[in-house]
Design a protein around this ligand. Structure first.
Ligand SMILES: Cc1cc2nc3c(=O)[nH]c(=O)nc-3n(C[C@H](O)[C@H](O)[C@H](O)COP(=O)(O)OP(=O)(O)OC[C@H]3O[C@@H](n4cnc5c(N)ncnc54)[C@H](O)[C@@H]3O)c2cc1C
Length: 484
């Protein structure tokens, strides 16, 4: 065997997974088909959970540096810094949970931060390595590769497909990918257009939605024709789509390229098949509405990294790796569900116009606004971990805490399981957990807390409770094995 684990794809999810595996004591090989990092602008930012996860790894200053730029760009493009549900821009992201914040950082800038983070941990990406074949013999997986120096093979104990929505790994390994076909196709072009004065104002039209501004034109096309999905967006394709959506013929004078994507919503039926796993867009695709894909994929990587690392090192409790699918699949399904609702609200026609008016009015209610903000951020999701009933925070991603007057991230950059406890000196938990004698200060009425490496609360106690109940030892045994 050449290596313990190969990560296929160096998008944001593959890069973060690589770093998390390093922190868990396993050095992965990371393969990327492109000859160099992608500069394609996709996501404009990351949600609360992913931003907090990266801050816990010490990347907060980089996120904060980009955030101010991202905020200004958002205000310029949409006239507001509110986020949207089905393009109704009324959601206050801070409303999800005051004090918890995402980060507006463009995807290329984020990938650069993650690439440097991974390189600092000793792993460089192999660019120009395209995975073309897959074979699992039960003991290891062998991949066929096209590389800059010709074809070769690599054999690994585990392979993780982080290779995006069209995932080769997912297809070769035979994962089921059920879901719903697209209702609409979105086309976004950087282009100089003659005849723009003939176009209706940006907004909803009988066959979709049209946006245009100096140097850009975009359609949400519900009356789509067949097109070659493998070909890049062309000027003829955008012209035809504008004709369908707006019933206007435009001339595209200069076409600088663009993007095409749909709202198809599909999810792998499991995230693990034998020695092959999926994370990020390879495991789930859906429309970008509500800006959830990157957050979802990065949190897959956080969840998987320490579990796969412990499994490879023989330190994991029985079936730890299976909890990757059981915890993450429902979170992905919830995102698919709300993006389908958003597609329904974007469909053209007077009935949906009426529904949008009602929805827009409802979003003025603070309770509704907060409910949607929480749903899009994913912070309300709670894993069904053992001991869940003991404290409302168990099973959730830990909110920012103050620990002995310092921020939580000062104790989490090494990625180890962490117990914050006021009587740490009296506890004997072996080497499995980093134990810090700490006074915890938070809004959550916490006296002590046990965190998994992905920031999920595995056990917590309120002030006045027994601070060394059997439940604490049960949680350590359940998550961190007996042989750490
Ligand atoms: C227009 C647009 C706007 C978006 N806006 C948002 C937003 O506002 N917020 C948000 O959260 N998300 C948004 N998203 C979604 C977000 O961009 C994706 O969820 C994110 O890129 C997923 O990351 P990933 O690493 O899983 O996959 P990708 O970023 O797709 O990376 C996969 C990588 O794998 C490589 N690869 C593929 N096949 C192979 C192979 N055979 N061998 C080796 N390498 C391979 C690819 O070259 C690529 O680099 C948007 C997406 C689009 C298209």
């Amino acid at each position: 065997m050449d290596t313990d684990v190969v990560i296929v794809g160096a998008g944001p999810v593959g890069l973060l997974l690589g770093a998390e595996l390093c922190l868990a004591g396993v050095r992965p090989i990371v393969l990327e088909r492109l000859p160099a990092p992608s500069e394609q602008p996709k996501a404009r930012g990351i949600g609360v959970l992913a931003a907090e996860a990266l801050r816990r790894r010490g990347l907060g200053p980089e996120l904060d540096r980009e955030h101010a730029k991202g905020l200004a760009a958002l205000a310029e493009d949409h006239g507001t810094t509110k986020t949207h549900f089905a393009w109704i821009h009324k959601i206050d992201p801070e409303a999800a949970d005051p004090g918890r914040r995402g980060a507006l950082i463009g995807q290329p800038a984020l990938e650069k931060v993650l690439r440097h983070h991974l390189a600092d941990l000793g792993v460089d990406v192999h660019y120009g390595f395209d995975v073309t074949g897959w074979h699992d013999d039960g003991d290891a997986v062998t991949l066929d590769l096209d590389t800059p120096t010709g074809p070769r093979q690599i054999t690994a104990g585990y392979v993780v497909g982080c290779d995006g929505g069209y995932s080769t790994v997912r297809k070769l390994a035979g994962f089921g990918f059920p879901g719903t076909a697209p209702l609409m196709t979105v086309r976004y072009a950087h282009a100089e257009v003659s005849g723009r004065d003939q176009l209706p104002p940006p907004g909803r039209l009988p066959a979709g939605t049209l946006f245009h501004d100096d140097g850009m034109i975009a359609t949400f096309d519900f009356a789509d024709a067949a097109y070659d999905r493998s070909a890049p967006l062309s000027s003829n394709e955008i012209r035809d789509s504008v004709r369908r959506v707006a019933a206007v013929d435009i001339t595209i004078d200069t076409f600088h390229g663009g993007l095409r994507f749909t709202d198809q919503a599909r999810q792998a039926d499991a995230y693990q098949l034998g020695r092959t796993l999926l994370a990020g867009d390879a495991a789930h695709v859906h429309s970008p509405n509500g800006g959830q894909g990157l957050n979802l994929g990065l949190m897959d990587a956080m969840n998987l990294g320490w579990k796969l690392g412990a499994t490879i090192r023989g330190l994991a409790p029985h079936d730890l790796l299976a909890t990757y699918t059981s915890e993450r699949h429902p979170v992905g399904a919830a995102v698919l569900h709300n993006t389908r609702a958003q597609s329904a609200l974007l469909a053209p026609g007077p009935h949906v116009d009426a529904l949008r008016d009602i929805m827009s009015d409802l979003m003025d209610l603070p309770e509704v606004n907060q409910r949607l903000a929480r749903m899009l951020s994913g912070i309300t999701h709670r894993y069904a971990v053992p001991g869940c009933a003991a404290h409302p925070i168990v099973g959730t991603h830990c909110p920012p805490l103050t620990v002995n007057d310092s921020p939580l991230e000062q104790f989490t950059t090494d990625g180890r399981p962490l117990l914050l406890h006021p009587q740490a000196g009296n506890l004997d938990l072996g080497e499995r957990v980093r134990v810090v004698m700490a006074e915890v200060s938070s809004d959550e009425k916490l006296a002590a807390v046990l965190l998994r490496p992905d920031g999920v609360v595995a056990w917590a106690a309120s002030p006045g409770e027994d601070l060394e109940p059997p439940a604490l030892h049960d949680a350590v045994n359940a998550w961190f094995g007996r042989t750490y």
